[in-house]
Write a protein that binds this ligand. Structure first.
Ligand code: COA
Length: 260
């Protein structure tokens, strides 16, 4: 059953990961978290995977949050490993070394928005609603939301969303930088595929370097972050792909990147 709760498909370097429990608006239960961990382990390890698209099945939701029925009966002695596992998943997505696009096809609430924020890019359908409503359940966002939302939209907007629990529209999310782009619902899939293909054809080591320099380097104090960027620059200048990319420009031809 577990493998069907998360569908995976690799085509031309694009790894499509679809959370598949639309009757429950793709709520993140333990089985789905386990299957996502497995999917992103593959995304990290498989060199054929050059870009990842994460979405939810059905017309209504990306993910409507952590499964509230699991939270309701969660034994206090199990909370620490439970929440650590969710953090491991989010951190694993963020640090998988391949660009991950969230195709936000509807509600992205609570753990659903936290999942989308662990992705590197977010393209939303114009009908999507995005929010962290945990306060309404007398909870706080616990899958990374208190940290990732302020970094994306600033502390003031993040606190407004978290303290009231009210969602924002896709248009508001675009204005605040929470999503990168908003398209009509029937254009979402094609738009995301086009972007994913573009990324899948880019130089993989350069993509990994950019992600790592921004994400890991961004956690370091200024001079260390700059030193981290410099180390990547030195390393990347020794790659075959860098020689190929610069040679292709000079020779006015299309570059062929091999990830070496
Ligand atoms: N956990 C568990 N089940 C959920 C869920 C969640 N986070 N979100 C939705 N579901 C279930 C509903 O219980 C319902 O199940 P049922 O058919 O067995 O009754 C089904 O998904 C459809 O949801 P429903 O509430 O009927 O759809 P709606 O269109 O009326 O409302 C939402 C959509 C998203 C507004 C509403 O489902 C909602 O508020 N969900 C919870 C959001 C939330 O608080 N997330 C953070 C959790 S920490």
């Amino acid at each position: 059953m577990t493998e069907q709760r998360v569908l995976c498909d690799l085509e031309q370097g694009v790894f499509q990961v679809t959370i598949n429990n639309p009757e429950k608006l793709n709520a993140l239960d333990s089985a789905i978290i386990g299957a996502l961990e497995e999917a992103f382990r593959r995304a990290t390890d498989d060199p054929e995977v050059r870009a990842v698209v994460l979405t939810g099945a059905g017309p209504k939701a990306f993910v409507a949050g952590a499964d509230i029925t699991e939270l309701q009966v969660l034994d206090p002695s199990r909370v620490e490993p439970f929440v650590q596992r969710a953090h491991r998943l989010m951190d694993g997505i963020e640090s998988c070394g391949k660009p991950v696009i969230a195709a936000v096809n509807g509600y992205a609430l609570g753990g659903g928005l936290e999942l989308a924020m662990a992705c590197h890019l977010r393209i939303a359908s114009s009908t999507a609603l995005l929010g962290l409503p945990e306060v309404k359940l007398a909870l706080l966002p616990g899958y990374g939301g208190t940290q990732r939302l302020p970094r994306l939209v600033g502390r003031g907007k993040a606190l407004m969303m978290m303290l009231t629990g009210e969602p924002v529209t896709a248009a508001e999310a675009l204005a605040s930088g929470l999503v990168n782009r908003v398209v009509e619902p029937d254009e979402l899939e094609a738009t995301v595929q086009q972007l994913a293909r573009k990324l899948a054809n880019s130089a993989p080591i350069a993509l990994r370097a950019i992600l790592d320099a921004v994400l890991r380097g961004g956690e370091m104090p200024g001079p260390e972050g700059l030193a981290h960027e410099r180390r990547w620059f030195v390393d990347i200048c020794a790659t075959e792909d860098m020689r190929e990319g610069t040679a292709a420009f000079v020779e006015k031809r299309k570059a062929q990147f091999r990830g070496r």
